[in-house]
Design a protein around this ligand. Structure first.
Ligand code: ATP
Length: 616
């Protein structure tokens, strides 16, 4: 349950975002559209900075990653091959009373903050302190009164007599309605509480939710003028698939050799059942994804004489030829955390969640979720998955076009590999294939036979230097990152003036690299043409290199405060000393630092060399 302080903090962030032009509700003048958000002037700069920095660190600063910009609408078969058409769904329930749709697995989380829910919890705890459960018709009536206003469809309210009779009968022998708190909540939210009832009440009215049914999250549309089943297509729910289907083109045209990656930043669309937590779960959002293609471990073993162990910390260093998927996976987790550190988040802000074997998709070898401590809970910011060769193999199967690469060095290395090593590699490969077939639900003998045949075919190709690359996928959401950065940067500073009046100001402590405006330029007075002319000259000096906000209106303190609230890390003030009132200070300015209010005097000529390293 999120505490009231966190809820209050989120409300302040949402309101500041609107007031200062970071994020507005989409289509607001028409009443808004749930799950869609627009970025205002400051938000657009912030987002652009974050995407540029990601691109720089992923593509420009590396020799082994190249970029791609693909279309949003692609051939519909792509989504069949990727599994999205069949399995990209969330469990959805409808409220029998208010008819609203609710993501079934989020019902509990959604009602937890409601007062009426807490009322139910308190009641349950008191009633079950003694055995048998201490409850009366009067106390249940009181509970119904207390929850009536915000949960009018709760069965206890709607059908009080029937539900009360059942609860009283069940209380006498500590029956199923009182088995535990969850069961009690379910019992008061339905008229027919069977012991096995699994769903929570509707978060909107306390009503009864229908059984969950899968709801596909892809937005469907049609290409061409005729709307028929033949020209159905989808807005992409992730940017990754375009990378897989263009893998061969990029490989053949970019002169890259494995291991290498393809990066893409772009829009993705998911028709989320219940968009919530501001931009955290939106229906239109942006992703920054990398598919890093690696050689399968068997090829690494043959080429490098072995596969490095993931337990010796090698992944903290520079990539080596003997890295297999485990070391590469850990390496990318570390790289991603380092990126976040470079833009102002701290390692302590994250929780690295390694999915347990039974949570992994059948093709995934390991998945790490990087969770951020948002005010509303610790939630996913990025997922980093080791996906084996699943994606490229699927597209090979569905398109009929090869996604294999040929490696001459591998062919030569395999030819001289000793037999015991070959046998060991074969055995390990076959057993891991079998494991994943079993996980898919294929029966024991069948799995053994399929694994043996597939493994044999795989090694025949490998011996000739052919294989389908494996992939490590770091996949981050831009909007979630922007939200994390806003939450991290938000500070309230309380100050008291000489008259004892206190004032609370908001300061956004963005890292200078991501700050939407890097520097504010202020002439001390706006009615002194010499000051204004000098300030404009400073603005023009800085502008080609960074975002500058020129502001001449109001008291200088107010101008600083406005920039603090926008997250601008530096302020430059041009005063009479700049003009030479004290000759030794001619052509110097005051540089103010946002986070500690420190001011220093320095020559105009030193401004650029001083600021540039801090913002790049
Ligand atoms: P969740 O479990 O939170 O729905 P996911 O595991 O489905 O997320 P992925 O498919 O791994 O997410 O997508 C990669 C990243 O894209 C996520 O880590 C997140 O940052 C971002 N993302 C996914 N869905 C949304 C959304 N509805 N709104 C905003 N960002 C999203």
């Amino acid at each position: 349950m999120s505490d009231p302080k966190s809820t209050e903090l989120m409300e302040k962030i949402v309101s500041l975002s609107k007031r200062r032009g970071f994020i507005y509700p989409s289509s607001e003048v028409y009443g808004g559209i749930n799950g869609f958000w627009d970025y205002g002037p400051l938000g657009a700069e912030l987002k652009r900075n974050v995407k540029d920095l990601w691109w720089r660190s992923m593509v420009h600063y590396r020799d082994d990653v190249v970029g791609l910009e693909a279309t949003i609408i692609m051939h519909p078969l792509i989504w069949k091959a990727s599994g999205h058409l069949d399995t990209f769904s969330d469990p959805m329930s409808t409220c029998r009373q208010c008819k609203k749709l609710v993501r079934s697995d989020q019902a509990r989380e959604m009602v937890e903050d409601a007062d009426w829910f807490q009322e139910l919890q308190r009641f349950y705890q008191q009633a079950t302190q003694s055995s048998p459960v201490a409850v009366s018709a009067e106390s249940l009536e009181k509970l119904a009164q207390a929850t009536r206003k915000h949960a009018p469809s709760l069965a206890l309210v709607r059908a009080r007599e029937a539900v009360t009779a059942r609860l009283l009968a069940s209380a006498a022998n500590n029956g199923p309605d009182w088995a535990d708190e969850n069961q009690f909540i379910r019992s008061v939210s339905t008229e027919n509480a069977a012991a096995g009832l699994t769903h929570f009440p509707c978060p909107h009215c306390g009503g009864e939710l229908t059984e969950p049914r899968p709801f596909n999250l892809m937005f469907k549309t049609h290409y061409g003028p005729v709307e028929s089943d033949d020209n159905v297509c989808y807005l992409r729910p992730e940017t990754a698939q375009a990378i897989f289907v263009q893998f061969k083109n990029v490989f053949e045209t970019s002169r890259q050799k494995l291991p290498f990656g393809i990066a893409q930043v772009g829009k993705a669309f998911r028709n989320e059942v219940t968009p919530r937590n501001f931009t955290f779960r939106s229906r239109e959002f942006e992703q920054m994804e990398l598919e890093f293609f690696i050689k399968p471990d068997e090829a690494v073993a043959a080429l490098a004489g072995g596969v490095a162990s993931a337990s010796d910390g090698a992944w903290q260093g520079t990539p080596q030829p003997d890295w297999g998927w485990e070391v590469w996976h850990k390496y990318w987790v570390e790289q991603r955390v380092r990126f976040y550190e470079s833009i102002g988040l701290a390692r302590e802000d994250f929780v690295e969640y390694w999915q347990k074997p039974d949570e992994l998709a059948h093709y995934a070898r390991a998945t790490v979720d990087i969770l951020f401590r948002f005010p509303f809970g610790v939630q996913e910011l990025e997922g980093i998955a080791a996906r084996g060769d699943f994606d490229l193999t699927q597209h090979q199967k569905f398109s009929g076009k090869s996604t294999e690469v040929f490696d001459e060095e591998l062919r030569s290395a395999w030819a001289i590999l000793d037999e015991p090593t070959r046998t060991a590699l074969r055995a390990r490969h076959e057993s891991s294939l079998k494991e994943s077939l079993l996980k898919k639900g294929i029966a024991g003998d069948e799995a053994t036979a399929q694994a043996a045949a597939a493994s044999q075919a795989y090694f025949e190709k490998l011996a000739k230097g052919h294989y389908v690359p494996h992939v490590i996928e770091p996949s981050a959401g831009v909007d979630r990152l922007i939200l994390a950065l806003l939450c991290k940067a938000y500070r309230e500073v309380v100050s008291t003036d000489e008259k004892g009046k206190t004032e609370t100001r908001v300061v956004l402590q963005f890292h200078p690299r991501i700050a939407p405006i890097k520097v504010g330029v202020f002439p001390l007075l706006k009615n002194k043409p010499e000051l204004v002319a000098k300030a404009l000259a400073v603005r023009d000096l800085l502008r080609p290199h960074m975002t500058v906000f020129y502001d001449e209106s109001g008291a200088i303190g107010r101008r600083y405060a406005r920039q603090d609230e926008a997250g601008t890390p530096f302020g430059v003030t041009i005063d009479f000393d700049t003009l030479g009132e004290k000759p030794e200070l001619a052509d110097t300015v005051t540089l103010r630092h946002r986070d500690d209010g420190r001011q220093e005097r320095l020559p105009i000529a030193e401004l650029l060399p001083r600021l540039l390293p801090l913002i790049r």
